[in-house]
Design a protein around this ligand. Structure first.
Ligand code: ATP
Ligand code: MG
Length: 411
């Protein structure tokens, strides 16, 4: 598999003032065309460092893409470093100069002498035109290997990659995109998933995990040319090992959206409706639902019943139940779900009550204790979970876990 490396440069990037979105975007582009990205390197505005990095990466990878440092100022050193690294002296590129002068004329501005520095390109390099800005980029193809230098400004960089680098890559290393299939899971942590899946070794695929709030994606990246049968068999095998935590498979027969979308699709398919009663999530659970276009086809209402009295008045939760068990309890979660379901006339009533913290926890109900209730045509179920994190994270996880309870019931 041909390899690629990315060099990001600039003091702004090494000091953390600028987040390196260029490297992330490029890595994805290069991976998508079947290159194995083996290294990301970041260096500050120091010519010897840039030159050394260029040389080392060019020796290591088939494709090197460098961003930043093409501008007119003293801290823009890429062309000089490139010249040093590859022994390619700089020379004024007349076409680039004419282009730059035309750009300045079009803006009605005088070209500063320092701008001439931008059109000094290493001898033997191919000029890459900048459709979005002033500084041209350049690329060197040598012994079937490519080193391309692009601007730091993200939209200029992307345009130049797509317009200038992709055609060079197409000629050099025709794209051989592999296939990425993602099993989207919820309810299990990374280590629990790893335990279920076990060791995964296969000549056609690499398996990886990516955790997000409340979810873990299990990614299967297949090499180019893996047959559809192999892909499907492996995905089915991994999905069977994971079990009910899989809520969707992306990249097999289409795209899968969020957990809320999976729930919405299941409700729509059955012609069911949903009403929500929430306390500690403060509307966050309903917001997950109403964020989806077309939610009115299945989402009837959401009540944020924060005070005890609101749970009594709006949902008909017996005051005695709250007095006896507390608002964060199994009986109250059940009563909230049943109350909102009956009041709304919905197929399903989903309720969440918990302690988001940082205060309000006790020994038997620590911060992160959340009770979920789900009332439906065949009765009411309850689940108690203990979530960890700050207030914001506990709220997000509680909403997520509530949706997952409904998803599993609809499955
Ligand atoms: P200019 O002509 O504007 O000087 P340049 O090619 O010299 O462009 P830099 O000076 O290195 O690029 O960066 C210009 C701007 O682009 C930075 O201020 C920063 O906002 C952004 N930038 C640079 N590198 C990155 C990166 N790796 N990821 C995201 N943004 C970046
Ligand atoms: Mg610059």
């Amino acid at each position: 598999m041909p390899t690629a490396a990315i060099l990001s440069q600039g003091d702004e990037v090494v000091t953390g003032q600028t987040v390196d979105t260029n490297a992330a975007w490029l890595a994805e582009q290069l991976t998508d065309r079947g290159l194995l990205v083996v290294r990301h390197v970041t260096v500050g505005d120091r010519k010897p460092d840039i030159a050394a990095a260029l040389r080392a990466l060019a020796a290591e990878a088939d494709v090197v893409v460098c961003t930043g440092g093409l501008g007119p100022t003293d801290d823009d050193l890429t062309n000089e470093a490139f010249a040093e690294a590859f022994g390619a002296p700089l020379a004024l590129d007349e076409v680039a100069l004419a282009d730059l002068e035309a750009k300045f004329r079009a803006f009605g501005r005088e070209m500063a002498p320092s701008n001439r520095k931008q059109v000094l390109l290493p001898r033997g390099a191919l000029r890459l035109d900048n459709a979005r800005g002033t500084a041209p980029g350049f690329a060197r193809v040598h012994e079937q290997r490519l080193v391309a230098c692009l601007p730091g400004v993200p939209h200029e960089m992307r345009a130049m990659y797509l317009g200038g680098v992709v055609p060079l890559l197409d000629a050099l290393l025709p794209a051989a995109p592999g296939r990425l299939v993602t099993l989207r899971t919820t309810g299990l942590g990374e280590s629990a998933l790893q335990d279920r899946i076990g060791t995964f070794v296969h000549p056609d695929a690499v398996l990886g995990y990516r955790a997000r709030t409340g979810e873990v994606d299990v990614k299967l990246r297949f090499r180019a040319g893996a047959s559809d049968d192999v892909v499907r068999a492996l995905v089915a095998d991994v999905a069977a090992r994971v079990g009910g935590a899989v809520y969707g498979v992306d990249g097999l027969d289409g795209k899968v959206g969020s957990l809320a979308e999976a729930v919405a699709a299941a409700l729509l398919a059955r012609g069911d409706t949903l009403a929500i009663a929430e306390s500690c999530t403060g509307g966050g659970l309903s917001a997950l639902c109403t964020a989806l276009p077309g939610a009115s086809a299945w989402f009837l209402e959401g009540c944020v019943t924060y005070a005890n009295d609101a749970k009594v008045r709006r949902l008909g939760v017996p005051a005695a139940l709250i007095a006896e068990h507390g608002a964060v309890s199994e009986p109250v979660a059940r009563a909230m779900a049943e109350g909102v379901r009956a009041g709304a006339g919905a197929t399903w009533g989903l309720a969440v009550t918990g302690i988001a913290g940082p205060d309000g926890g006790s020994d038997d109900k620590p911060v992160g204790t959340v009770h979920l209730g789900l009332a439906g045509p065949s009765g009411t179920e309850h689940r108690r979970v203990r979530l960890f994190g700050d207030r914001h994270r506990i709220q997000a996880l509680a909403a997520h876990t509530a949706l997952d309870l409904l998803r599993r019931r609809l499955a």
